[in-house]
Design a protein around this ligand. Structure first.
Ligand code: GLN
Length: 473
């Protein structure tokens, strides 16, 4: 039988498998066929695993034995920085080219015990640094809507995999926008959970105090399903929140905040601005009161991010020394071995951030940069707290522009960093945020909407997101 993958959702596929309309094996075969057809052009996947059909057969067995969960037999893709025991995990870096994971991340453990089928690993910016998936040591990923354009980043391969119907959902990681921005560029849903909601155990660390794993899906309901399956306390991650932190949903005020000072017409692509105004009207039609709010220090989020993230990158990546993991280029002495392995193994952007991070942490600059950034981070968090006293959620565009052309921003890192202007504040404050597809540009590119909610109120994102999405259908 042929399964139409383009509109398939987790919910629907689950019901269809339970009814016996198709098996997990047939579903996995349909995805492999699509990947074979499209991946040469899009390059979303770095590798499709050789045991996919075996995983699918195990899922069919679970279904037959009445042990199925909602994710049993559901095919997904993993960003290449999430460990799956025995499989290569390279973070799209040359330094980890042949690194095989020695254990599985907690998210993979959860997905495997739920019976999900892991199709393969997806391309990304090296060690999750970038906004276009062009910083991969294994070639760039293309945007399925227009292959002359980038899919966003750093989880561009995961976003493109879902957008090209090469996976029913995918996992990415979001440190400053790496789930939401590629979701926006590729026209899919992307969720960054509250910091501490989903275990980071087995996620290669970039900026550990900001990193979160989250899903790319076709619908908000599917994002909720994956979130529910992944979010719980994990003793293996010391920043994973205890279950008592996880607030029970409470009724909404039906008020949405707009940080007008932060969304200036002159800073935005005109189509993005107009599209955002349309979103506001839609919320009004849904009965939400729209309230202008202030986030006076949100504008400093990007500056704070590029200090805190770089500081953490420089320490986290010190473990890649050519001795403990991956690539080793032997020099005349140990120091030269370190220098040559890291010099050859890391790409340009990674080296830039290690240098930046080492600088802001160095003696004499630590207080001026790193400590100051942490203080401003605290103030930004307080701005959000105050704003959420009056509103359920805050909306902004996800990206200030639609998908840009391949190569367009590669020679100007500051332009590339500006991609994150609306996504970074949620990481700085640790709050959950979701990007939804909303509208298209004149050139037919997907546009977006970002919704942010208070800590632990993913339920608000799902409620509001579903209502908004229903208007689009
Ligand atoms: N684009 C941002 C950066 O380059 C975000 C990365 C991320 O979230 N991993 O740092």
């Amino acid at each position: 039988m042929t399964i139409n993958l383009s509109n398939l959702t987790i919910e629907y596929a689950h019901e269809a498998m339970m009814r016996g309309d198709f098996s997990a094996r047939e579903l996995a075969e349909a995805y492999i066929e699509t990947i074979n057809e499209k991946n040469n052009d899009i390059h979303a996947y770095l590798e499709v695993y050789d045991d996919v059909l075996k995983q699918a057969d195990d899922a069919d067995k679970m279904i037959k034995e009445g042990k199925a969960t909602i994710l049993t037999g559901i095919p997904l893709a993993l960003k290449d920085n999430i460990l799956f025991e025995g499989k290569i995990a390279s973070a799209s870096s040359k330094i980890l080219e042949n690194y095989h994971a020695t254990y599985s991340s907690t998210v993979v453990e959860k997905l495997k015990s739920a019976g999900a089928v892991i199709l393969g690993r997806t391309n990304m910016d090296e060690f999750a640094m970038g906004s276009s998936t062009e910083n991969s040591a294994y070639g760039a990923t293309k945007n399925p809507h227009d292959i002359s354009r980038v899919p966003g980043g750093s989880s561009g391969g995961s976003a493109a995999a879902v957008a090209m119907s090469g996976a029913l959902f995918a996992l990415g990681s979001d440190t400053g926008g790496s789930i939401r921005q590629p979701a926006s560029f590729c026209g899919v849903v992307g969720l960054k959970p509250t910091y501490g909601a989903v275990s980071r155990s087995g996620l290669m660390a970039m900026g550990s105090s900001l990193d979160q794993i989250g899903p790319f899906t076709k619908t908000v309901a599917d994002a909720e399903i994956v979130y529910q399956a992944l979010a719980s306390h994990d003793p293996l991650d010391s920043t994973s929140a205890p279950d008592s932190f996880r607030i029970q949903p409470s009724p909404l005020k039906k008020k949405i905040g707009i940080p007008r000072d932060f969304i200036k017409k002159e800073d935005l692509n005109p189509e993005v601005y107009e599209n955002f105004e349309k979103a506001i009207k839609k919320f009004e039609s849904l009965g939400y009161e729209i309230i202008d709010i202030e986030l006076p220090r949100a504008a400093y989020s990007l500056a704070v991010y590029y200090i805190v993230m770089a500081a953490e990158v420089s320490t986290n990546l010190s473990r890649f020394d050519g001795v403990r993991y991956g690539l080793q280029i032997e020099g005349k002495n140990l120091l030269e071995t370190y220098q040559m392995s890291r010099g050859v193994g890391f790409g340009k952007e990674t080296r830039r951030r290690i240098l930046l991070g080492t600088y802001v942490l160095s003696h004499g600059y630590y207080d001026a940069y790193y400590n100051k950034a942490l203080k401003v981070q605290r103030l930004i968090t307080l701005d959000f707290k105050k704003a959420f006293e009056n509103v359920d959620a805050i909306i902004t565009p996800t990206s200030p522009f639609p998908a840009f052309k391949a190569g367009e921003k590669m020679s100007d890192p500051l332009q590339m960093y500006l991609s994150d202007i609306y996504t970074v504040p949620a990481n700085i404050a640790g709050i959950p945020a979701i990007s939804l597809p909303h509208g298209t540009s004149n050139e037919g590119l997907p546009l977006d909407l970002q919704i942010m909610a208070p800590h632990w109120r993913e339920d608000i994102l799902f409620t509001i997101g579903k209502a908004f999405e229903a208007l689009e259908k």
